[in-house]
Design a protein around this ligand. Structure first.
Ligand SMILES: NC(=O)c1ccc[n+]([C@@H]2O[C@H](COP(=O)([O-])OP(=O)(O)OC[C@H]3O[C@@H](n4cnc5c(N)ncnc54)[C@H](O)[C@@H]3O)[C@@H](O)[C@H]2O)c1
Length: 304
């Protein structure tokens, strides 16, 4: 299939490479030439991870273009992957409308803007669907599929089939809710973790050890619903009956994060956030984490 990807930031290069590895002809575009350069430079590392996962080449390609029109010409599917702002995405859809036929599928990688809201900005909204990849997209095998109110069932089926054809795992929501499922679960977890650190119950490093080697390690083998069955619903019933009322339920963002953000302490991208990062850490961590995720996935798939 010919697939155009619009936006080559954090997510675009891995998505492009994964689709190409599955035999698709991928054309990639970004308004920023520097993003295209970074994406091109990342491809060898991404290919190494895909090799590590044992995913065979099937004759696909990734080509980079500096013209939006040339990128989407002849595409059967356009995947929009630009920043998480409705007005930026809406402009891309309006531009697309002038260039592609009404039969070309359009998917968005939004992390949680309702699909119904986004599809109001494109003609023939039946061909518009949410296709939410998880970061790093060339390694994480689950992709959420979300229909908006006006998405045609055939569009959902086409995206599910595309994902299955890549040997990946489509998870289809029954309803278009903000944040979809993955980010609702993640943000519930993050709110509680940030609150525990902020309230001085635990420090950031120990919080990570607790979650990574406690529930995180376990959850990669046993999902939350099966975990409930394993623990016993009666146990959950009795613990949740007093603990739910104790959990963080703030609607705003914690001051710890709001103040750090205001000071420009954004995390790895600024060299420091909740932790500090040396230039050596910044070079090492992405590679190390990629290697570890590949190794864990191979074990979980019974391939190592
Ligand atoms: N980063 C994540 O972990 C993650 C995970 C899943 C989904 N997403 C979603 O994927 C989308 C992209 O996220 P990201 O993290 O890759 O963002 P990013 O900011 O890293 O990259 C976005 C890219 O889009 C480019 N861009 C901006 N306007 C454009 C336009 N009009 N045409 C073409 N390119 C344009 C920018 O130059 C930039 O390179 C967002 O909707 C985000 O919510 C992100």
């Amino acid at each position: 299939m010919q697939i155009a990807i619009i936006g080559m930031g954090s997510m675009g290069p891995g998505m492009a490479a994964r689709l190409a590895r599955g035999g698709h002809a991928v054309r990639a575009f970004d308004v920023a030439p520097a993003a295209i350069e970074r994406a091109q430079a990342m491809l060898p590392m991404i290919a190494g991870a895909l090799d590590g996962l044992g995913i065979d080449e099937q004759g696909g390609t990734v080509t980079f273009h500096d013209s939006f029109a040339a990128t989407v010409a002849d595409a059967a599917l356009v995947i929009e992957n630009v920043p998480e702002k409705v007005e930026i995405k809406a402009q891309v859809y309006r531009d697309l409308d002038a260039l592609i036929g009404a039969d070309v599928l359009v998917a968005t990688d939004t992390s949680g803007i309702p699909i119904t809201k986004l599809q109001a900005h494109i003609s023939a909204p039946g061909r518009f669907v949410g296709m939410h990849w998880s970061n790093p997209p060339h390694i994480i095998p689950m992709i959420e599929v979300i229909a908006g109110e006006h998405t045609a069932p055939a569009t959902v089926t086409a995206i599910q089939n595309l994902i299955r054809g890549l040997d990946l795992l489509p998870v289809t929501l029954k309803r278009d809710v903000p944040g979809f499922v993955e980010n609702r679960v993640l943000y519930a977890l993050l709110r509680e973790c940030v609150d525990l650190v902020e309230q001085g119950v635990i420090d950031a490093k120990d919080l990570d050890t607790c979650v990574t080697w406690g529930i995180g390690y376990k959850l990669s083998v046993i999902g939350p619903m099966r975990l409930l069955d394993m623990a016993g619903l009666d146990i959950y019933q009795s613990v949740a009956s007093f603990l739910n009322a104790e959990l963080c339920d703030r609607d705003d963002v914690s001051p710890m994060v709001t103040e750090a953000t205001a000071q420009g302490r954004l995390g790895m991208k600024s060299g420091g956030g909740l932790f500090e990062y040396s230039p050596e850490d910044l070079a090492r961590l992405p590679r190390e984490r990629g290697t570890q995720l590949v190794a864990v996935r191979r074990v979980l798939e019974g391939k190592a």
